[in-house]
Unconditional design. Structure first.
Length: 95
């Protein structure tokens, strides 16, 4: 590559970093990863997965699942940040 050239991936990432849509895109990425990282059973019993201001908010009506997710908060945070290749999740909240 020439000195002033950048790859398409680098140009797209630079554009998205400055875009007002960045938050919505990150939330969509997190929601898409939910079933992949946590499994179909957990995803089926989860009502909602939201990402707001660095907090991953998980809502489930199942008490046993809620308890298991509470014990796994740090692991969930690490799994998602590793999969996203950046630190988007600072805290996991289970409701």
């Amino acid at each position: 590559m020439r000195q002033n050239e950048v790859s398409l991936a680098e140009a797209l990432k630079a554009f998205l970093d400055k875009s007002p849509m960045k938050h919505q895109l990150n939330e969509m990425r997190i929601q898409q990863l939910w079933e992949e990282l946590m499994g179909k059973t957990v995803a089926r019993y989860t009502d909602r997965v939201e990402w707001k201001q660095g907090k991953l908010i998980i809502t489930t009506p199942v008490a046993a699942l809620k308890q298991e997710l509470i014990f796994s908060r740090e692991r969930i945070k690490q799994l998602f940040n590793d999969a996203l290749e950046e630190t988007l999740i600072e805290e996991v909240i289970i409701r």
